[in-house]
Write a new protein. Structure first.
Length: 238
């Protein structure tokens, strides 16, 4: 492993390479090896649904740590559900990409509708995928945020902002793959960032790091989460 400025830890042998993971489970295995120092601690693994859940589940299983969800969703464009101009987090935190909004000329009513629609989506995910709205008690413990990759990093930054409101001991981000610019940007606002496969270049897609890539359905997320027993001590009051 290599540690660079800003507490970014990667695997030099995987830099700027594609298809380095068989699937999300394999990516979780690699991350678990990098995070092995957390075994036996009180750290809480927090998966960003949906794609981050299979990765995080493998990390939590291998390290013997509890798993929970950090429900965050991007606010998508009306004409392109793959692209977003902001994100909403589980506690209501809203983060907007003002530069993109200005460049696209999005009207205020379109933005408000997008925020409201995304807030409903996040609230539903909290209700259906976590089973309750009780937020985790993170005081005096590490929060480890996991997704299946960092493209723009905007969703992850929103999740980090929301986590700061819960006052964790420290925040660690762990993602299998990420664009160098986004990794650097996110690392600046957390205590440590693990990313085995950092890539540079104009064109970047998270999926390019995987041999097998499919969308993760919410039913799959629900099945995975049912396999983990929540530790009551991990959760505080809403």
């Amino acid at each position: 492993m290599s540690e660079t400025a800003g507490r970014i830890i990667d695997l030099p042998e995987l830099r700027n390479r594609g298809q380095v993971f068989r699937d999300r489970t394999h990516a979780g295995t690699v991350l678990a090896g990098m995070l092995s120092a957390l075994r036996g601690t009180r750290a809480l693994i927090l998966a960003i649904p949906a794609g981050g859940v299979p990765v995080a589940a493998e990390v939590a299983t291998r390290l013997g740590l509890p798993l929970d969800l950090a429900a965050v969703s991007k606010i998508t464009l009306p004409w392109n559900t793959e692209s977003g101009y902001g994100a909403v987090a589980f506690d209501g935190t809203v983060r907007l990409n003002r530069e993109l909004i200005a460049a696209l000329g999005l009207r205020p009513e379109v933005i408000d509708q997008g925020i409201a629609r995304t807030q409903e989506k996040v609230a539903r995910r909290v209700r259906e995928l976590r089973g309750n709205e009780t937020r985790p008690d993170l005081q005096h413990r590490a929060a480890v945020l996991i997704d299946d990759g960092l493209a723009s990093g905007f969703t992850m930054l929103t999740a980090i902002e929301a986590l700061h409101h819960l006052a964790p001991k420290n925040i660690v981000v762990a993602v299998p793959t990420g664009h160098y610019d986004s990794v650097t940007r996110v690392a600046a606002v957390v205590d440590c960032l693990y990313c085995p496969n950092i890539r540079e270049g104009y064109s970047f897609a998270v999926a390019d790091a995987y041999e097998q890539w499919t969308d993760v359905e919410e039913t799959t997320v629900a099945d995975i989460m049912r396999g983990f027993d929540k530790n009551p001590a991990a959760f505080g009051t809403p």
